[in-house]
Design a protein. Sequence first.
Length: 188
Amino acid sequence: MTATIILAFYLAFASRIHGGLIHMKKGYKNALWALPFGIATAVIYPVGAVMVIAGLVSFAGGFLKGSGHGAFMDLGHNLKEPGKGRTLEKVEHIIYPWLYNRVSRYWYDACGLALVGLAAVLIPALVIGYANPLSGLLVALGGLCKGFAYMIGWKLFPKPADSMNTETGEFLTGLFAGIGLGLAVYIA
């Protein structure tokens, strides 16, 4: 369980770095995020070449962390919406056609964040899930919690001008992903 706590706080910090805590090139930020997923996957596959391949695939998959969430992180507080001053995010094309006009902007953005969070852990979740389906599910759930993380941030810091709402969301995004990854390794 100590490893789960360490992973949770490492990924919380890596997620905050991704959000701008420390300025560095995006590739380095993505690598900081992806590294524990690659290592954890390699640990779950303790067989020579399979271990290396699984770890590299998960590491590469971690680069989906940069799939874009800027339009969602305001949870409906920004007046710029699709067709009204902003273009669709990369993954937004998946939910926009069928969800945008069916729910409030708050819930639309929360669903968008959950989708982006899932994208950030999808490849490791699938690779880990191949070895242990429950572990893969835990990794996926950790990523899906991104929407919930930002909901907490906005509940604690409800003023749109306060950056603490999104900073809290970034931190909790990594924390939840780390808990999911740590538990996945623990039970695998």
